[in-house]
Design a binder for this molecule. Structure first.
Ligand SMILES: NC(=O)c1ccc[n+]([C@@H]2O[C@H](COP(=O)([O-])OP(=O)(O)OC[C@H]3O[C@@H](n4cnc5c(N)ncnc54)[C@H](OP(=O)(O)O)[C@@H]3O)[C@@H](O)[C@H]2O)c1
Length: 339
C-alpha cells in the first residue's frame, strides 16, 4: 500500500529526504510558501499545499497523512503543536501516524566559546543523558512537546533526529548548509578565516545525503517496529564518525580561500564579539564555538553507514566554489539558533 507523507520544509535537509522518498514511491505532499514553486514540485510528482508554519494548513494536512517529516526548523513550537494536534485527531480515530521531527546538535552545546575541547559525549542509546539536559537548552522546549506527546498517543510513533554539523550541497536546488558556509562567507567578507575563541571546541559532522539516508533508515525502522518498542527512546543522532574542531574547519576554509587567491593568509583569527552580528549574532558562540559530541549508535545498529565524501573534500570541491560565486552583501545568518 502506498503511504502518504507530509513533508514540512523541503529545503536543504528536506529536499534530500524528498528525493529518497520519491525513489521509494511514497506519495509526498509538501508545504511551500511560494505559489511559484508549485509547478516545479508537480514535475517531480509531488503535491503541494501552500501555507506557512503558523496557519492551520499543517494540522489539516497531518490529519490526512500516514507519515510526517518536519525539516523546516528546529525552533518553531506552533508548527510542532499543529502536527501534534493533527496526530491527536488521527489517533482518536485509531489511525497510526509516524512523525519524524528535526532538532539539532546545538541541543548539546556547552559554553566553551572555542576555548576547550570537551570530553562529554552523548550517545543516543542513552536517552536519560539527553533527558537530563535543561529545558533551556537550544531546541529543547520544542523537542519536549514531542517527548511528552509520544507517551499519550497510543497509535503514533515519534522520533527526533538530532543532526550535527551538516555539510554538502543539496542535489536539486544546490542549497548550502548553515554553519561552515556562514564561516566561509564571514571569512570572505572580513579577509581572514574566522574562528570563535581558540577554535578548540569540537562537533561531529554529516554529509546531507548521508543524513537523508539516515532519515530513511529511521523511517523504515518506525514502519516495522511496534509503538511500545518505539516509545522508550525518541532520540536519533546521525554522524559520520568524524569530529572536527572549529579551528580546524576555519583553517581549512582559510587554506582553500588562499589557494584560490581570495585570502592572503590561511591562519584563522579570532572573531571579535563586536563582529558576531556578521555571523550568528547572539547564537554565535553556541553555533560555531561550542562542543557538541555525540554517537549515532542506533542508526549504525540499524545498518546505516555514511558513504559520502568528508567535510574538507566537500568544502573544497562543492561549498566554497559555490560560495565564492555568490553576489550581494553578506551580513550573517539571520534565523534563530540554526544548528
Ligand atoms: N543545516 C544544518 O546544518 C542543520 C543542522 C542541525 C539542525 N538543523 C535544523 O534544521 C532546520 C532546517 O535546516 P535546512 O538547512 O534544511 O534549512 P533550509 O534549507 O532553510 O530549509 C528550510 C525549509 O523550511 C521552509 N520554511 C522555513 N520557514 C518556513 C515558514 N515560515 N513557512 C513555510 N516554510 C518554511 C523553507 O522554505 P523556503 O524554501 O521557502 O525558504 C525550506 O523549504 C534548521 O532551521 C535547523 O533548525 C539544520
Amino acid at each position: 500500500m502506498t503511504r502518504s507523507v507530509f513533508l514540512i520544509g523541503p529545503g536543504f535537509i528536506g529536499g534530500e529526504v524528498l528525493d529518497y522518498l520519491l525513489q521509494e514511491n511514497y506519495k509526498v505532499t509538501t508545504l511551500i510558501r511560494r505559489q511559484s514553486a508549485v509547478a516545479d514540485y508537480a514535475k517531480l510528482g509531488v503535491e503541494t499545499v501552500i501555507g506557512s508554519l503558523d496557519d492551520d494548513t499543517i494540522r489539516k494536512q497531518v490529519v490526512v497523512s500516514d507519515i510526517v517529516f518536519h525539516t523546516a526548523t528546529a525552533d518553531h513550537l506552533p508548527s510542532v503543536q499543529a502536527v501534534l494536534e493533527g496526530i491527536r485527531e488521527r489517533d482518536s480515530k485509531g489511525l497510526e501516524t509516524i512523525y519524524i521531527h528535526t532538532s539539532g546538535a546545538s541541543l548539546l552545546a556547552d559554553t566553551a566559546a572555542g576555548n576547550y575541547k570537551s570530553n562529554v559525549i552523548f550517545d543516543d542509546e542513552n536517552p536519560a543523558q539527553i533527558d537530563a539536559l535543561p529545558d533551556s537548552a537550544p531546541h529543547r522546549l520544542i523537542d519536549l512537546a514531542i517527548v511528552r506527546a509520544r507517551k499519550e498517543l497510543a497509535n503514533s510513533k515519534m522520533a527526533i533526529m538530532i543532526p550535527p554539523v551538516i555539510y554538502g550541497i543539496s542535489s536539486r536546488e544546490k542549497r548550502t548548509s548553515i554553519q561552515l558556509p556562514t564561516i566561509a562567507r564571514y571569512s570572505l567578507k572580513h579577509g581572514y578565516a574566522g574562528q570563535i575563541g581558540k577554535g578548540l571546541a569540537i562537533w561531529n559532522q554529516v554529509h546531507v545525503k548521508d543524513l537523508a539516508r539516515g532519515y530513511m533508515t529511521l523511517l523504515h525502522w518506525l514502519e516495522t517496529t511496534s509503538t511500545s518498542e518505539v516509545v522508550p527512546n525518541p532520540y536519533f543522532f546521525c554522524e559520520n564518525g568524524e569530529e572536527l574542531s572549529w579551528g580546524e574547519c576555519s583553517h581549512e576554509i582559510g587554506r582553500i580561500l588562499k589557494e584560490i587567491g581570495r585570502l592572503d593568509n590561511a591562519e584563522p583569527k579570532t572573531i571579535p564579539p563586536e563582529n558576531y552580528g556578521d555571523i550568528f549574532a547572539d547564537y554565535t558562540e553556541t553555533v560555531a564555538g561550542s562542543n557538541s559530541r555525540n554517537r549515532a549508535s542506533r542508526l549504525r545498529k540499524l545498518g546505516w553507514k555514511p558513504s559520502e565524501k568528508n567535510t574538507f573534500a566537500s568544502l573544497a570541491e562543492d561549498e566554497i566554489p559555490a560560495i565564492v560565486k555568490e553576489t550581494g552583501e553578506f551580513s550573517g545568518y539571520a534565523k534563530p539558533v540554526a544548528s
